[in-house]
Design a protein around this ligand. Structure first.
Ligand SMILES: Cc1ncc(COP(=O)(O)O)c(C=O)c1O
Length: 383
């Protein structure tokens, strides 16, 4: 029987072949660019050059694979580097269907890189299976989605999306950054690829930038590793170490962050200065049941519309405990203004459709005391 999630967070892969020569309990940082060779064609250690592979990164990749229930995990210097590598799988004439609600940097990647490479992209509301099915074309090579989406927290049925993609010969890729493997394992629900911005919950301390692609298919893993080695955005040994240290506390952090988020969402939900709260943990959320049918929790990301743009801007400047900053998933609670920060690159038409406007705030709930957090956001809302 495989080990429980909390144990995998601490000990990684049971079948790891990587052992430190001095039996260090915390796997060391192999801060080296290159490795000596014994003779031509024989490096003795399995490692040649750190852009391609490094023991610390390999150990961290094993830890990520262990918690995501994947055969392979590939480490990148950021979440965007992982996403870019995934899109490098496609070329002229290929087509990818994406959630219309996505981290804004992905739209910029499509505009600046995928378009130039001749890859067609269609944005669809993937939470509606009929709309997703209609968007898939004969030349569609993949469906790419977030669930819950950033920032509107829409939920897509991963099992159904996998069936639809596979029935048309396409891959399903899921960005699992928001729920992390603590609450959701897309590969176990039929997805082919899981992507993480490990800058968020996996590392968890707002102190590093990292990304991963997780998958089971050996051939595809080999192709992605070759692309990663060639394009060169590999995760450094020190950042690998920080991610692995973060994963050790992933389970407890996310459970407490979720508790805090639920307490906060309930207060925000009835507040006179708040028009609506987008949080998959509230029973009134449209995707509440669906999310719980495929995930064991709802995480700690909340979006909300305030009554006016002035209230939203006032919150950003009045918070004292929350920090007005981009990013999410760390120990410190953050409040973000998606319109001009994380989602500034979303096409205006989609912003209008999704409700990414001047009244929208996105909150990442951290590990502070929940009463302190509630007091701070309440005073910031009330001015
Ligand atoms: C859901 C999601 N995916 C990917 C990314 C990109 O990750 P990174 O900032 O590590 O490049 C982000 C960044 O905010 C994100 O929120």
């Amino acid at each position: 029987m495989s080990r429980a999630f909390e144990t995998r967070c601490i000990h990684g892969r049971e079948d790891s072949r990587l052992n430190d020569a001095f039996r260090a309990v915390s796997f060391p940082i192999y801060q080296t660019a290159t490795f000596s060779h014994i003779e031509t064609g024989h490096n003795g250690s399995g490692f040649d050059y750190t852009r391609e592979s490094n023991p610390t990164r390999t150990h961290t990749e094993e830890a990520v694979a262990a918690v995501e229930s994947a055969r392979h995990a590939i480490g990148f210097s950021s979440g965007m580097a992982a996403i870019s590598c995934f899109f490098e799988l496609f070329g002229r004439g290929d087509h990818v269907v994406c959630s219309e609600d996505l981290y804004g940097g992905v739209f910029r990647l499509h505009r600046l890189v995928s378009e130039k490479n001749g890859v067609g992209i269609t944005y669809a509301d993937t939470s509606d299976p009929d709309e997703l099915a209609a968007a898939i074309r004969p030349e569609t090579k993949a469906v790419y989605l977030e669930t819950p989406t950033n920032p509107m927290m829409h939920i897509t049925d991963i099992r159904r999306a996998a069936e639809l993609a596979h029935s048309r010969g396409a891959l399903l890729a899921v960005d699992n950054t928001f729920l992390s493997p603590r609450f959701q394992n897309p590969l176990l629900l039929g997805a082919d690829i899981v992507i993480h911005s490990a800058s968020k919950f996996l590392s968890g301390h707002n102190d590093t930038v990292a990304g991963f692609i997780c998958l089971n298919d050996d051939r595809l893993a080999e192709e992605l590793r070759l692309l990663a080695k060639t394009t060169g955005a590999s995760l450094s040994p020190f950042d690998s170490f920080l991610v692995e240290r973060g994963i050790k506390t992933l389970a407890v952090r996310m459970e407490r962050q979720q508790e805090n988020a639920l307490a906060l969402a309930e207060v925000l939900n009835g507040h006179p200065r708040v028009r609506d709260v987008c949080y998959a943990g509230l029973a009134a959320h449209k995707g509440y049941e669906l999310n719980l049918s495929q995930a064991s929790g709802f995480g700690s990301m909340i979006s909300l519309h305030t009554d006016t743009p002035e209230t939203a801007l006032g919150v950003l400047h009045r918070v004292r405990l929350f920090t007005f900053a981009e990013s999410l998933g760390g120990t410190e609670s953050l409040v973000t203004y998606p319109l001009v920060q994380t989602h500034s690159d979303v096409p205006q038409q989609l912003k209008d459709k999704l409700g990414i406007d001047g009244t929208l705030l996105r909150i990442s709930v951290g590990l502070e005391n929940s009463d302190d957090l509630i007091r701070d956001i309440t005073q910031a809302l009330e001015g």
